[in-house]
Design a protein around this ligand. Structure first.
Ligand code: DAK
Length: 259
């Protein structure tokens, strides 16, 4: 796969996606969003991919937001339509992906950039990273799920404070409020993400996907308990369930086929 604004590579069952617009601090323009939509779909459809690491190029920014130069002349209906499309094809598509996505936040994660990181299942930040939703400084509110996902992650009080003050917080504060899972030195960012995905790779792929589906269901208005019951039931018909239980009884490590 060749993209204009992304560098992608599959290595040892991990798909690495680097947003590559370093001069614009990796801001999300329309083309980048289109390419992200494509590669997210690829991740979901490709059995070889067991997990995804999403990062930004350079040491300064993960993503410094949506591309301000592009959306400055939109009207209300364009804004609403583009928010709807972007949420469906990129942000919700990541959250609903059967493959775990880890955001490796290597610098500024602002506006749409923080929204992108929050759509991922796990966030690891470099100790140099800064995070915030500065949309109100532009006369906007977050439009790619930020009001919802920030509230889910840090609670209503902190979410409202961050959004209406447009404050930018350092990675260490983000960890304290549950916005990121870990803070590590910049040089260890990718290896920390790999360490997590290397554990996930040992687990049963369909069970991993079912667990993500059930957890996410609790957050988007579905009855998460019912989704859990259905996903749980389906596990019993998988070869991986037979393999996992046989391996336990036979005192060996399971070899999962993802079937
Ligand atoms: N968009 C476009 N270009 C950006 C950018 C952005 N978000 N952020 C930075 N750049 C560009 C700068 O213009 C500059 O380009 P040149 O002037 O060199 O050509 C280059 O990146 C380097 O940036 P700075 O010179 O500003 O670097 P500094 O170190 O001085 O400052 C900074 C770093 C991150 C503090 C600063 O760049 C900054 O404040 N950036 C903007 C942060 C921001 O406000 N982001 C937008 C948040 S609002 C929508 C849905 C969602 C959204 C919008 C629409 N629809 C569905 C329609 C979401 C909106 C947002 O994300």
């Amino acid at each position: 796969m060749t993209y204009q604004n992304l560098i992608t590579e599959v290595k040892e069952n991990i798909l690495y996606i680097t947003i590559n617009r370093e001069k614009a601090l990796n801001a999300l323009n329309k083309e980048t969003l289109k390419e992200l939509a494509h590669v997210i779909q690829f991740a979901g459809d490709t059995a070889e991919v067991r997990g995804v690491i999403l990062t930004g190029s350079g040491e300064k920014a993960f993503v410094a937001g949506a591309d301000i130069k592009e959306f400055s002349d939109y009207d209300a209906s364009q804004g609403e339509q583009l928010a709807r499309d972007g949420q469906a094809t990129v942000f919700n598509a990541i959250e609903n992906s059967p493959k775990p996505f880890i955001a490796a936040i290597n610098g500024f994660a602002l506006g749409g950039g923080l929204e992108l990181a929050m759509a991922c299942h796990i966030r690891i930040a470099s100790d140099q990273a800064k995070l915030g939703l500065p949309e109100v400084t532009l006369g906007l509110i977050p439009g790619y799920g930020g009001t919802q996902r920030l509230t889910q992650l840090v609670g209503k009080g902190k979410a409202i404070e961050m959004i209406i003050t447009a404050g930018m917080i350092p990675a260490t504060d983000a960890e304290k409020i549950g916005l990121v899972n870990y803070v590590v030195p910049q040089a260890d960012l990718i290896s920390k993400a790999e360490e997590i995905l290397n554990l996930v790779k040992l687990r049963a792929p369909l069970a991993v996907a079912g667990a993500i589906r059930a957890v996410v269901a609790s957050l988007d208005g579905q009855n998460g308990y019912n989704v859990e019951i259905e996903s749980f039931g389906k596990c019993f018909d998988t070869a991986d369930f037979k393999e996992g239980t046989s391996a336990f009884v036979e005192k060996r490590k399971p070899v999962f086929s993802g079937k």
